[in-house]
Design a protein around this ligand. Sequence first.
Ligand code: DOR
Ligand code: ZN
Length: 348
Amino acid sequence: MSDAPDSITIRRPDDWHVHLRDGAMLQAVAQITARQFARAIVMPNLTPPVTTAAMAEEYRERILSALDFGTHFTPLMTAYLTDSTDPDDLAAGHASGALTAAKLYPANATTNSAHGVTDVAKLAPVLERMQDIGMVLCVHGEVTDAEIDIFDREAVFIDRHLSRIVKDFPELKVVFEHVTTEDAVQFVESAGENVGATITPQHLHINRNAMLVGGIRPHAYCLPVAKREQHRLALRKAATSGSAKFFLGTDSAPHAREAKESACGCAGIFNAPFALESYLQVFAEEDALEQFEGFASLHGPAFYGLPVNEGTITLEQVDHRVPDTFEAGGTELVPFHAGETLHWRLAE
Ligand code: DOR
Ligand code: ZN
C-alpha cells in the first residue's frame, strides 16, 4: 500500500441501510450519520414499527429535527412490512415521496422484528404492487425457524424464500441487505439487474472468530452474524469488484453499552462514526481504491433510480485512534473499531 495516494476524493456517498432509532438515541446518532453521508435508507424497526406512509412522514420529521441547523441530509424512509400491509398505502407513500422502499423482516429475525411477516407467501399482493410501481424491497434474508443453525439462516433463506420471490416477481427491485455469505454473493451475481445487495463494514473486516475467540465479544455481535473466513473473503471480493450490484449499507445499529454487555446482549454494531474510513481501509488493503467511489456513491443511486449527489468528500491517509465510547443520551455507545487505529480519515 506504499504507493497509495495520500488522499482520495469521491462524490458524496450515501448509506443504503442505517438504524437511526428514536428519542434520545436518535438525537445522539443522527448527526453522526449525516456527517458522513448525504442520504440514508432509514430502517423502520422502531417500537412500534413504522408500518405506514404517515408514520414514515412523522419519523422523517423527527430525524430532521435531530440534526444540527444547516445540515444537508436526506432521510429516505422505509415501511416495515407486516401480514396486514395495505398495498394502496405503500403505493400512495411511494408516489408522494414519503416512502422510498419497504422492508421485509421475517417475524422475529432480529431486533424489533416481532411484527414481521409470518408467511412470505401472504405478501404476494404487496410485492406485486411494488413490482408494478418500481418500489424497492429491502430484505433481511434470514429464516427464523428454531431448528435452523444461526450460521445457516441466510443460505436457507435464499433457498426457501428469496429464490422464490425473485422468480415470482422477476421485475421487482430487491436489495438483499447486509449479505454475509458466499452463497448470498453468488445468488446476487447470478440474478438479474433488479437484484442488488448492501454490504456492511463489519462483515468485510471480521469473521466469527472476532466474536468468540479469547472471550465472548458482544460488540462484534450483529445479525446476520459474522460467518467463516471464506465468506468474509467472498464479500471483500464482491464489494471491491466494481460490480454495480453491490453497494454501501452500514447497518449501523446503536444499542446502549449495557444492552450489549449483558447476559443476553442485543444484536447490532454501531459503525456510523467511521464507516467510510472503515470501508476505505478494506478497498486500500484489496488494492482497489479506484472501485471505492462506485461502491460508496454511484451503485446505490443507480439501483434506486435516484440522482447521484452533488459535491465531493475527501478522505486523507492519516492514522487515528477510534474512541472507546461515544456519549449518547446518558448512556454510552461502543463504536466499531473502538480503540483500534484506522488509516484514513474524513477531511472536515
Ligand atoms: O444486528 C442487527 N441489528 N441486525 C439487524 O438486522 C437489526 C439491527 C438492530 O436494529 O439493532
Ligand atoms: Zn439493519
